[in-house]
Design a protein around this ligand. Sequence first.
Ligand SMILES: *[C@@H]1O[C@H](CO)[C@@H](O)[C@H](O)[C@H]1NC(C)=O
Ligand SMILES: *[C@@H]1O[C@H](CO)[C@@H](O)[C@H](O)[C@H]1NC(C)=O
Length: 200
Amino acid sequence: ASVTRAGDDCVSIQTGCSNVYIHNVNCGPGHGISIGGLGRDNTKACVTNITVRDIMMHNTMTGVRIKTWQGGSGSVQGVLFSNIQVSEVQLPIVIDQFYCDKSTCKNQSSAVALSGITYEKIKGTYTVKPVHFACSDSLPCIDVTLSNIELQPIQERYHMYNPFCWQTFGELSTPTVPQIDCLQIGKPSSNRIQSDYDSC
Ligand SMILES: *[C@@H]1O[C@H](CO)[C@@H](O)[C@H](O)[C@H]1NC(C)=O
Ligand SMILES: *[C@@H]1O[C@H](CO)[C@@H](O)[C@H](O)[C@H]1NC(C)=O
């Protein structure tokens, strides 16, 4: 698989991508940069060692996003998003492990496992919510690191949302703006099941 500029994502990274370096991209309007959707129709997805840096985004729906379907397997490991400048982006930082293009998708226990996701120097303005991390109940996201995050709301909108995290573990290596206190520091107490099924 490969990196494409097709569809409505500015850059889309699909299964099979490893050791990919994306830099100096100008994005928007439209969608932002996405890894996935991965794991559709219970498929296995493997993505490792992805670096996305020096990106400018204006007026996009999402900024940097990882999206996976429930019921998939495999993993996304080692992703660095660095020096991303956003302006008037609805949702600058997104992990969505409940990705669904229908109105409802059944909750399933298997998931594409996410670990080692680093966000550094993500700055600028948003219009809806600065951070949205929705991770799988059965396989929480681990080693999610945030540093140098400075995201300011565009003032005119009447409804802004706070950062959201669900089953997301990791660390804040610097204070962030806004404060992201929904991230759970450290590792999940119950070791998540890493089976051969998840290995890539
Ligand atoms: C990760 O990908 C980069 C290219 O972005 C490559 O230079 C580097 O050697 C890769 N690291 C590993 C451990 O494979
Ligand atoms: C699926 O799981 C999520 C997270 O636990 C929950 O918020 C949502 O309501 C569930 N959806 C259904 C249809 O059960």
